[in-house]
Design a binder for this molecule. Structure first.
Ligand SMILES: Nc1ncnc2c1ncn2[C@@H]1O[C@H](COP(=O)(O)OP(=O)(O)OP(=O)(O)O)[C@@H](O)[C@H]1O
Ligand SMILES: [Mg+2]
Length: 454
C-alpha cells in the first residue's frame, strides 16, 4: 500500500513467481503488447506519415509483429487516426493486382472511410477508395489513415509486370494528394526489397526502406531477461548466460520466444526450492533446454525457412559453412571467393547472375541475419548458426546434392495458394478462383472427382 506508482507492475512481479504463468509464445504475427520488445526506430518510421513505405525481411524476423504494433501505436496516437492492417498474400498471384482494393474495401467500411458495404458495381474500385479517403480526410483535419499491407510480394510482382505499376501509383497519388495524411506501407520478403530498388517504381523517392533483421542486442537481452525476472527467475551468471542464449538465438525474436517458452517449462517442472522465489537459472538449465532435440529442430526449421526463400541463399550460406568447418568458425570468404565456390556447387542456380546480382544476394544474406561482413570477408554470424546448418558431413551433403535438389526461385507463389474453408482447403487455387469471379463474361467448366467434393 505504501508503494508509489506504478502499482500494476509491482503487483505482477510479486504475484507471478507463485504461479505457473509463461508469457513466451510463438504466435506468428501477433505478439502481445507486453511481450513486444525493441524495434523502436522501426515503429517510429512505420507510423511516421512521411516515413518509408517498404518493409522487408526474412521469414519469421518479426515483420507482421511490427505492423501489428504499429497499428496499435498509430491508433493510440490521437483521435481520428485510424490504421488498417491486412495480409494481401492472395492478391496478385493470379496476375490481378487490382484485387488489392477489393481486399481493402471491407476494412475501410469498418472504420467509416467508405460507406457502401458492397463494392461499387462496374466502377474503378481504386478510384472509389481514393475519392472516399480524400473526402473522409477533408471532414476533419485531425484525421489520418495508415494502410498496412502485409505479405505484399505477389501483389508487387504483379503490379510490376510490364513496368506498369498502376496500383502502386494509385497509392502514391493517395499519399501525395492527401498531403501525406494517408500512407500505404507494403511489407514482404526479399521480393519486396527488390521491388523497392526498381528505379522506375512510383514510390522510389518516398522514404528510405526499412529492413527488419535480428533484434538489437539490448532489446534481445530485455526480451530474454525481463519477463524471466518478473516470473521470479534470475541467471546465476548475469553476463555470460544471457550472452550465450542470445548467441544461440542469433538475436532473432522468434527463437527467443521458443527458447523462453522451453526454459520456463523446464524451470517450472521442478519443485520450488526451500527458499522460494526468486530462483536461479544455472548453466546446466540452459544446456538442458538447448540440447533438447525438439527445440533444436524448431530452431533449425525457423532458420531454414529463411534460406529456402531463395535456394541461392542456401548455397551461399552452406558454402560459408563449408569454409567454417574446414578452417574454423572465423573463416571468412571474399565476395570473389564466395561467388566462385557457390557457382561451382550449383552452376545452374547462378547462371546469368552477374557480379552485381551476386553481391545483392550476399547483402540480402547479411540483412537476413545469416552472414556477417567482417573486414571485407563474409563469415557466419555465430558458431550456433554453423551448428544449426549441420555437421561437416551434412553441410557437404547439402552442397553436393544441390544441383539435383534445388530450384531457381519462381517469381510468384500466391497464385497456387489454396484458401481454407473451415477445416478444408479449397479445391481451387487462388488463380482459378480469380478467374472464376472475374467480371469478364466467359463460360467456365469446372470438372472434379467425387473425392474433391468431400
Ligand atoms: N519485437 C518482437 N518482440 C518479441 N517477439 C517478437 C518480436 N517480433 C517478432 N516476435 C515473435 O517472433 C515470431 C515471428 O514473428 P512474425 O510472425 O511477426 O514474423 P514474420 O516476419 O511476419 O514471419 P513470416 O515471414 O512467417 O510472415 C512470433 O512468434 C512473434 O511473437
Ligand atoms: Mg508475417
Amino acid at each position: 500500500m505504501c508503494q508509489a506508482e506504478p502499482r500494476r507492475s509491482t503487483f505482477v512481479a510479486t504475484a507471478l513467481p507463485f504461479t505457473a504463468a509463461s508469457p513466451y509464445r510463438d504466435t506468428p504475427g501477433d505478439t502481445a503488447p507486453e511481450m513486444f520488445y525493441g524495434r523502436t526506430e522501426e515503429l517510429a518510421a512505420v507510423i511516421d506519415l512521411n516515413g518509408p513505405s517498404f518493409i522487408s525481411g526474412g521469414r519469421q524476423l518479426g515483420k507482421s509483429a511490427l505492423l501489428r504494433a504499429a497499428q496499435r501505436r498509430f491508433q493510440e496516437s490521437g483521435p481520428g487516426r485510424h490504421a488498417v492492417l491486412t495480409s494481401v498474400f492472395t492478391v496478385g498471384g493470379d496476375g490481378r493486382p487490382e484485387r488489392l482494393w477489393g481486399a481493402l474495401w471491407p476494412l475501410l467500411v469498418d472504420i467509416g472511410v467508405v460507406d457502401g458495404v458492397t463494392l461499387p458495381e462496374g466502377a474503378d474500385v481504386a478510384e472509389a477508395v481514393y475519392d472516399a479517403t480524400l473526402r473522409w480526410l477533408r471532414v476533419d483535419t485531425s484525421r489520418a489513415l495508415l494502410i498496412l499491407l502485409d505479405e505484399a510480394d505477389a501483389f508487387l510482382d504483379a503490379d510490376a509486370v510490364g513496368a506498369r505499376f498502376i496500383h502502386v501509383d494509385w497509392c502514391r497519388r493517395l499519399m501525395l494528394d492527401s498531403n501525406r495524411r494517408a500512407k500505404v506501407v507494403f511489407a514482404g520478403l526479399h521480393r519486396t526489397a527488390r521491388f523497392e530498388s526498381l528505379p522506375n517504381q512510383p514510390l522510389s523517392h518516398l522514404g528510405r526502406p526499412l529492413t527488419v533483421g535480428p533484434l538489437r542486442p539490448q532489446h534481445a537481452h530485455d526480451l530474454l531477461t525481463k519477463p524471466l525476472s518478473t516470473l521470479g527467475f534470475t541467471f546465476d551468471d548475469v553476463i555470460a548466460l544471457p550472452a550465450r542464449i542470445l548467441a544461440m538465438a542469433n538475436n532473432l525474436p522468434a527463437l527467443l520466444q521458443l527458447f523462453g517458452e522451453a526454459l520456463v517449462e523446464h524451470l517450472t517442472a521442478r519443485p520450488v526450492p526451500d527458499g522460494g522465489p526468486p530462483q536461479q537459472i544455472s548453466g546446466e538449465d540452459v544446456d538442458d533446454v538447448f540440447f533438447d532435440p525438439d527445440l533444436r529442430a524448431a530452431f533449425r526449421e525457423k532458420y531454414v525457412l529463411t534460406l529456402n526463400l531463395d535456394h541461392r541463399y542456401l548455397v551461399i550460406a552452406y558454402t560459408v559453412a563449408e569454409a567454417a568447418h574446414e578452417r574454423g568458425i572465423d573463416a571468412s570468404l571474399t565476395l570473389g571467393e564466395l561467388s566462385e565456390m557457390a557457382r561451382l556447387h550449383w552452376p545452374a542456380g547462378f547462371s546469368g547472375v552477374g557480379a552485381d546480382d551476386f553481391n545483392g544476394l550476399v547483402t540480402e544474406c547479411v540483412d537476413l541475419g545469416v552472414l556477417a561482413l567482417d573486414g571485407g570477408g563474409y563469415r557466419l554470424r555465430t558458431p550456433y548458426v554453423l551448428r544449426l546448418l549441420g555437421t561437416e558431413e551434412e553441410v557437404l551433403e547439402t552442397l553436393y546434392t544441390a544441383p539435383e535438389r534445388l530450384v531457381r526461385p519462381s517469381t510468384s507463389d500466391g497464385g497456387s495458394y489454396r484458401r481454407a474453408f473451415k477445416q478444408i482447403r479449397s479445391p481451387l487455387t487462388e488463380r482459378q478462383l480469380g478467374r472464376l469471379f472475374d467480371a469478364r463474361r466467359e463460360a467456365l467448366v469446372i470438372v472434379g472427382s467425387p473425392g474433391s467434393a468431400k
